[in-house]
Design a protein. Structure first.
Length: 94
């Protein structure tokens, strides 16, 4: 499978959706990363904020017809994938 789409949202919580396909099958990989928030005292000691994993899930589908978009996490990114990739590339199956 090759990567066909990627989108993300930023901020202290970063959400990333990467979509892979081989032409028929689809793999949607959701990754959500949080960030620690050191106190002023910790920052004065040189402590930097760190990223940590909140969610790391992959969903495999045999075709675009099998994708249940409502049940997937991070609806904002899922809708972006539907609108920006599937509709633009005229996937009539959805």
């Amino acid at each position: 499978m090759k990567q066909i789409y990627m989108t993300r949202s930023g901020g202290s919580v970063r959400s990333i959706l990467t979509v892979y396909s081989d032409g028929t099958k689809f793999k949607l990989h959701y990754l959500i990363l949080g960030r620690t928030n050191p106190t002023k005292a910790e920052k004065a000691k040189g402590v930097k904020s760190q990223r940590f994993e909140i969610l790391n899930n992959e969903f495999l589908f045999d075709s675009v017809n099998d994708i249940n978009f409502i049940m997937l996490p991070v609806q904002k990114l899922t809708n972006r994938f539907k609108n920006e990739y599937l509709y633009r590339n005229k996937k009539d199956e959805i």
